[in-house]
Design a protein around this ligand. Structure first.
Ligand SMILES: Nc1nc2c(ncn2[C@@H]2O[C@H](COP(=O)(O)OP(=O)(O)O)[C@@H](O)[C@H]2O)c(=O)[nH]1
Ligand SMILES: [Mg+2]
Length: 269
């Protein structure tokens, strides 16, 4: 399986309506210290998707923010159709996403970074592929982040492809549409890496689900800065990720799990 077989060219987005026969969608936002941008993100996504998806909910997973994010979200929850979950302590990105998934009630979950580095309209580039795939990744094309971040992510994806023999290019994307049943099945197993998506994609691949990559636009962070990849912590983060990668490789080997020759899928052909 080549990398290009797992990637389709992006076509101009047709702005809905989402196919109701394929089921409703839970939009999930992990949020940490986004007081300046979260209102814009929520308003933009809800106005783009709210009227075009018949069965739709928005789950906001705030996670012990130390700025005014909670205050902003509590105000917005009075006005916008969101289900708000706040935490007193920071659980971390991975656990926050896993908990948010457990709150989702629709057959599909659309998990999106809340810092508006992805445009709401690009949801429509992913949506038509629900018919044939279980996991649809919006891959950043091109990535608009600082050079060190681009280089780090490139190296991480190269390592993942090499270690796990998978064909995916952007396994840490913050824009992904996932069949809920697949997320429910695999989330309890996620434990080795701190960035949910990478570990999820590897597990979904080894479980035989159909994964597709669709290029989407990526925008520089307008306000705030990365809350995950602080330069001062890069060495520690790289070490933790590499150790996680080795642990996961060992787990798959010990359990005798190999990538299936043919995908199994709940999706139609
Ligand atoms: N719930 C939760 N969200 C987080 C945490 N850390 C970051 N986020 C959110 O995850 C998204 C991606 O984080 P960001 O720092 O922009 O990562 P980057 O784009 O990969 O540099 C943003 O929407 C953050 O608000 C966390 O510990 N918990
Ligand atoms: Mg970001």
């Amino acid at each position: 399986m080549t990398r290009s077989e797992k990637r389709v060219p992006s076509t101009a987005p047709v702005r809905g309506p989402a196919d109701p026969a394929l089921g409703g969608i839970s939009l999930v936002f992990p949020v940490y210290n986004e007081s300046f941008i979260i209102e814009q993100t929520l308003r933009n996504y809800i106005s783009e998707l709210g009227d075009r998806i018949a069965d739709f909910e928005v789950i906001v997973a705030e996670d012990g923010s130390t700025d005014d994010t909670k205050v902003v979200l509590e105000r917005l929850a009075q006005e916008l159709p969101i289900s708000l979950y706040c935490s007193d302590e920071r659980k971390g990105y991975q656990q926050a996403v896993i908990d948010a998934i457990s709150h989702a009630t629709k057959p599909w979950i659309f998990i999106v970074d809340s810092d508006y580095q992805f445009a709401a309209i690009d949801f429509w580039r992913l949506e038509p592929h629900r018919r044939t795939h279980d996991v649809i990744l919006g891959i950043k094309s091109p990535r608009k982040d600082p050079m060190y971040r681009v280089a780090l992510s490139w190296g991480y994806n190269v390592l993942m492809r090499h270690f796990f023999k998978v064909p995916y290019e952007d396994m840490d994307t913050g824009f992904r549409l996932i069949r809920k049943s697949v997320a429910d099945e695999l989330s309890p197993e996620i434990r080795h890496m701190s960035f949910f998506t990478a570990e999820f994609v590897i597990r979904a691949h080894y479980a035989g689900y159909r994964i597709l990559q669709v290029p989407v636009r990526h925008y520089a962070r307008k306000i705030g800065s990365t809350t995950i990849f602080f330069v001062s912590k890069l060495f520690l983060i790289c070490f933790q990720q590499f150790a996680g990668l080795l642990r996961m490789k060992k787990e798959l080997k010990d359990r005798g799990i190999e990538a299936p020759a043919q995908p199994r899928s709940e999706a139609a052909d």
